[in-house]
Write a protein that binds this ligand. Structure first.
Ligand code: MG
Length: 259
């Protein structure tokens, strides 16, 4: 009996040690990630009018409100786990993974409508976090940035950890918001070295927030972004930010024009 209790005690001690080690590892990752967070200057808040929405005649409609046939799950290329409802709204299902377009794109004009839930919880980066990854790599951040302080190179309208938005044109949670983007793909020499970086211009709710800024490399949570060569066209990816504290955010009416 005594030996039994000794074994139990030893097991508990090992389990506690392992979870303490996990916590230390997580804490040191968070500390590393904090090195690339900028907290000022805080972009000024700007209110906006109704932005345009209808797809031009030469656009490829990626989210039509009827099906998700233009998309698949990024990880295993299987069916999308996000939920499309009767109103034609697609909502992220936490833990179901990022989704990506079947078609690959390079230079493009993109229109995206997105909405944070009106009953929003959490703070900073765990408040309605998603993202639009151009070429599956370069993230335009999606986040509730209405009265939600976070590092400013990680708020809505930022090129994540690379470019602070010029102003904060965010709407309240529960209201539809729009991104209109002009994206220029990077170019690489035959040996894989960077020839020209990617460039991006972003309007949030009709207000210019990124003016033809050069993207510095693949989006990184930790460390400095760098480029590595990829194809001229790659799929567009929407993020399921698994760490978010339960804020199912939604998308609708996404269209793209190849340039
Ligand atoms: Mg994100």
């Amino acid at each position: 009996m005594k030996r039994f209790f000794l074994t139990i005690t030893a097991t508990i001690a090992i389990v506690s040690l392992v979870s303490a080690q996990k916590k230390i590892n997580q804490d040191s990752l968070v500390k590393e990630a904090a090195k690339t967070e900028l907290w000022e200057p805080v972009p000024a808040m700007v209110s906006t009018q109704k932005p345009f929405a209808d797809a031009p005649s030469d656009a490829i409609v990626l989210m039509n409100g009827k099906d998700l046939n233009s998309w698949h799950k990024e990880l295993d290329k299987k069916a999308v786990g996000w939920k499309l409802d009767k109103e034609g709204i697609t909502t992220v299902v936490k833990g179901s993974g990022n989704i990506e377009t079947n078609q690959a794109f390079g230079n493009c004009q993109l229109h995206v409508e997105w909405r944070e839930p009106s009953a929003i919880a959490g703070s900073s980066q765990t408040r309605g976090n998603s993202g639009i990854f151009f070429m599956g790599r370069y993230e335009l951040q999606v986040l509730d940035s209405y009265n939600n302080p976070t590092y400013v190179n990680g708020q809505a309208g930022s090129i994540y950890k690379q470019h602070i938005p010029l102003v904060n044109a965010s709407k309240k949670p529960g209201e539809w918001q729009t991104y209109d983007v002009v994206f220029t793909a990077p170019q690489f020499y035959a040996d894989g070295n960077l020839q020209t970086p990617a460039y991006i211009t972003v309007f949030l709710n009709g207000v210019l927030v990124q003016n033809h800024v050069a993207i510095k490399g693949h989006t990184e949570w930790i460390g400095t972004p760098v480029y590595s060569a990829h194809k001229d066209k790659e799929p567009l990816v929407l993020q399921d930010h698994g760490l978010d504290g339960g804020n199912p955010m939604s998308y609708r009416n996404i269209w793209i024009r190849e340039l």
